[in-house]
Design a protein around this ligand. Sequence first.
Ligand code: FMN
Length: 380
Amino acid sequence: MKEILPPLLIMEKMVEKLQSYYPSHEHKKEGTIQFNLKHLEKSIDCYIKSDKESLNFFEGTVEKPTVTVKSSFYDWLDLAGGKLNPFFGVVSGKLKFSGDTTFFKVLPRKQLKNRLIVPVDPVTKFERNPTRYWQIPGKVIILNASPRGENGYTEFYLNPFINGMQKHTEVEMVRLNKFKINPCIGCFSCWMDAPGKCVYREKDDHHKLADKMFEADLTVYAFPIYADGMPGILKNYFDRSVSRAYPYMIEGMNRVRHPRRYINHNHSMVVFSICGFFEMINFEPVRAYFKALAHNRHTPVVGEIYRTTAVGLYGNPFTYKFLNRVLLALSDAGEQIILKGKIKKTTLKTITKKIVGKPKDLNKINEWWDEKKGSGDYNY
Ligand SMILES: Cc1cc2nc3c(=O)[nH]c(=O)nc-3n(C[C@H](O)[C@H](O)[C@H](O)COP(=O)(O)O)c2cc1C
């Protein structure tokens, strides 16, 4: 279990860091800096001893230090971090020094490495405005992330969308439930020990699948809503994709993100989701998720298709006409997304149209569940 580090350990860590800059420091000198710090009614006494080679940290007090600092622990941290000016610190009584204050020069300043270690992966024009710079994608991959795969309603609603897309480009369907993907265990081995390689690399299918997905210029993430989000198998896939980014931080669009290890500048995505409930608000959590994901994967979302009451619409004689209109609109949406990189508002209106008469429909649906009780019909 993690616990907050005690002040003495924080001081020791600070000295360790300073020591790493000390060998090339121009003001190396012999002497001692004594700290008498207060924190939560307790005294923290420690000192730094310097010589021509190193800085060393000790607990306790030393006789005849070169310079002494008395203050609260926080004020010392503010001074060391450059947030407290030493002159104002003394005038305000926050800091008390005795001895030779010029001796503080023995403490080196943090040095940034000259070597540029951060890979370059800036925001592109396409990412900012994919519709304006749209080119027909050479290849589309649909990731069907329904745990029920080909037996699910996700695939049923996907089919006309795929047919529409196939009129203009190559489309491949990949079913996520056919792949074994372990959940990320958060070890960061893929960033610290074996860059880009997950500890599960040879033990499951993640990297095989991620390489496959990289062939696409447009990816369609298709999934049913599960417990107000995406099914765990898809979240596991995204979590594991951390190994495909570098750990470094770079500026993105108004916020920080990581550079990618594998780059396709024309890559975009479509979110395609269905749910059992009636209202579009049920898609808000995943809509927000994909907005964040799009930024952090440098991959703009060019279309969002959400269909409520996906199960209720199917096989019901009284919604048959309605369902067929939705399926036709999905096919149109498939063509539009490939040709223009966007879906017309009128098309989306038909796809998302609400089934009316909620209380009546609720009764029908409740009846449906009642009939299914004990039926063993898992392929409903
Ligand atoms: C475990 C589970 C959780 C679900 N959670 C929700 C939910 O939070 N909101 C919703 O509207 N529908 C929910 N549903 C309904 C599914 O979105 C709906 O049945 C969908 O058609 C399933 O897709 P599939 O046929 O491809 O499996 C849930 C279904 C399952 C199995």
